[in-house]
Design a protein around this ligand. Structure first.
Ligand code: TRP
Length: 458
């Protein structure tokens, strides 16, 4: 890639939608509702929202700032601004990206199965799946690998062709469509009897019910959902024009991402509390909640569900795709920028390496005994859950911690003021700077230490 005459996003809205496309994905639709369920609701959501405001937004601005000022992808960006010592932060990001990508593909593959399943129900009529149906699907190894491979190929083709025109154009149509369908789902569920119970569960915090690890998971989820901590926003920010406001762009992405997560959670919890017997079906595998709860709604409660069922899972697949592409871009552009590889070779190499990880994750849902019981973290069994926990709750916060220190102290006040287009520091800037310098890194550090210590004493 040459850096003179680099592409820019067509407009701020182009950047916002592509960045939101990266942020909005399985993190919002799949992971947020199931983590909220596993961590007993309200208190988890409150910690999550605090993490989004206190750490997420300032860090999003920091990443965009680094990308925009260097017009480079993460590793060379850190090298240019901070010397070789700081390039390690970029490398950590690339490693996190590869880890996330490897298991993300497996979950993304489930959306393809749900799409085909819904298509069948739309044509032949709905049959309520038996208890344990989803677990049987999870432990079907060849099916898991096949779906993962399919999704990996879709991603590789787009990354190979470069993200230019394609992804920006696609997200402009897909993101609004997804939001519209989600709103329609929420309105429909608002007539259902489980609504109040669901809202109470999500919005009334009870800290006695939040497990200690839940704090870390909430903060980790904020990083994951907003695509922070690995430099994805550095890469996207590097195509942002100098005139666009970093604060407004970041704010839009954060708000959109959070709204989608909350809406999805509200819809799913309402259905779970309204449909008798549904709790039994999700009890074994809350990680499959998205794929278990919503079809029930489409086919038993919603006018037009026959159409919306398959359509919804197409959109889920696209939301996942716009995220896997940006993850793939982070790893692939490293080989291109750093090693001078051709894009075709770089894509092939990263895709193959990541796919090996995907195979292990795909077989860790029941198909292989050893892989399924593999565990590094208490309560997280199997390669897939372990990789997810490792990347989201440890690697991304560590990356984010280092990025905030880098921007706050190494780049410093003057540099940031110039980038944010300020002549004199105003109050908002001063607040932001001290959050980036002290509050955000301290919060992450205290949290990580607490969890490490907590583990030792338990
Ligand atoms: N934010 C994405 C989601 O919510 C997943 C993700 C995490 C991601 N880190 C990323 C995507 C970095 C792109 C780049 O599904």
């Amino acid at each position: 890639m040459t850096h003179s005459g680099r592409d820019n996003w067509g407009s701020r809205i182009g950047f916002v939608l592509a960045a939101a496309g990266s942020a909005v994905g399985l993190g919002n639709l799949w992971k947020f509702p199931y983590l909220t369920w596993d961590n007993n609701g309200g208190a988890f959501v409150l910690v999550y929202l605090l993490a989004v405001v206190i750490i997420g937004l300032p860090l999003m601005m920091s990443e965009i700032l680094v990308g925009r000022s260097t017009q480079l992808s993460p590793v060379p960006a850190f090298t240019k601004l901070g010397g070789r010592r700081w390039s390690g932060v970029g490398w950590l990001g690339v490693a996190s990206g590869a880890v996330i990508q490897s298991y993300y593909m497996v979950i993304a593959g489930w959306s393809l199965r749900s799409f085909v399943q819904c298509l069948g129900w739309s044509i032949k009529g709905y049959v309520t799946p038996a208890d344990g149906d989803f677990d049987a699907f999870l432990s079907n190894g060849s099916l898991q690998i096949g779906l993962t491979l399919l999704f990996t190929l879709f991603t590789a083709i787009i990354v190979y062709r470069g993200i230019g025109g394609g992804i920006e154009k696609a997200t402009k149509v897909l993101m609004p469509a997804l939001l519209a369908i989600l709103l329609y789902l929420v309105f429909t569920t608002f007539t259902m009897e489980g609504r109040n119970e669901a809202l109470a569960k999500i919005f009334i915090p009870d800290f006695s019910k939040l497990p200690r690890e839940g704090f870390l998971e909430a903060v980790g989820q904020a990083f994951f959902s907003l695509s922070l901590g690995l430099g994805a926003m550095i890469a996207y920010g590097s195509y942002l024009g100098k005139k666009e406001s970093i604060f407004k762009s970041a704010l839009w992405v954060v708000v959109l991402d959070t709204i989608v997560a909350l809406l999805c959670c509200i819809a799913m919890f309402t259905i779970i509390y309204s449909v008798p017997g549904l709790q039994n079906r999700i009890s074994g595998s809350t990680i499959g909640m998205l794929f278990i709860t919503l079809p029930d709604l489409f086919y038993t409660k919603m006018p037009g569900g026959i159409l919306l069922g398959p359509l919804f899972f197409v959109l889920v697949a696209f939301a996942a795709l716009s995220s896997t592409i940006s993850l793939g871009e982070v790893t692939t552009s490293l080989l291109i920028d750093q090693k001078g590889w051709r894009r075709s070779h770089a894509t092939l190499a990263t895709t193959s390496v990541v796919f090996i990880g995907s195979i292990l994750a795909a077989l860790s849902l029941g198909a292989s005994g050893i892989l399924s019981s593999f565990s590094l973290f208490e309560g997280k069994e199997g390669v897939l859950s372990t990789l997810d926990h490792l990347a989201a709750n440890w690697m991304l916060p560590t990356g984010g911690f280092l990025i905030t220190l880098f921007v706050g102290w190494k780049l410093g006040r003057k540099f940031c003021m110039d980038e944010l287009g300020l002549e004199k520091p105003n109050l908002a800037f001063t607040v932001w700077l001290w959050i980036v310098r002290v509050v955000a890194p301290a919060a992450v550090l205290i949290l990580l230490i607490n969890v490490i210590m907590g583990k030792d004493f338990s």
